[in-house]
Design a binder for this molecule. Sequence first.
Ligand code: ATP
Length: 226
Amino acid sequence: MFGGDPTRVAEANSVAVIGLGRFGQSLALELMAKGTEVLGIDGDEEIVQSLNGQLTHVVMGDSTKEQTLRQLGLPEFDRVVVAIGSDIQASILTTSLLLRFDIEHVWAKAVSDAHGTILEQLGVKHVIYPEKDMGKRVAHLVRGAMQDYIEIGENFALVKTRPGQAVIGKPLGEAQIRSRYGVTITAYRPAGQDWNYTTADTVIQADDTILVAGPTQKAEAFSQLT
Ligand code: ATP
């Protein structure tokens, strides 16, 4: 174990991450970078040593053992991410222990639809499919002129893109983007400056970057306009 007493991490602004593979590490380090305390747990000694000093606490242990999870204070956490993928048995055993502890927010990574279905049937409210979701996202980026793309829910997306002629040089209030294209330009970034909210008076320039919100197909089509 590294970094003091892990049972003392379970405060409001803290998350336990179980499984510190590529996904778990990236998640844990991003949480740390944003000021959240992280208890990381992994069964691999080398991984645990390599993260020593980078997470609030990092501990070697087998998360399928109830005793280990109790010793590490897991029942006191209200947010835990199970980032074990390939070892489906370990993922399911760990997750079911956490659910038995009545942890309010359990997030679990699934590597296949079948794995995800089992996690959902166990009662996990937040099942994540990193590979599948990233594949879908990249497909949208590869197809179009978008610089970035996030699907917010069923058939609604936020798209970062360059403006087409239809929006350049006149106030957005006059460009009638919503009625003509079914999307809204929510924010824009002039070259070399910060992002701003748009207003009816905003005039988009050719070298601005814009953030478009709308039904997925319409937002994608809008980003293809030149
Ligand atoms: P990634 O794609 O994020 O690298 P993965 O989908 O290949 O991960 P796994 O290899 O199953 O997932 O697990 C990720 C991490 O979880 C590994 O570092 C592994 O050591 C750890 N892990 C697996 N089983 C257990 C367990 N029972 N207890 C603690 N850690 C575990």
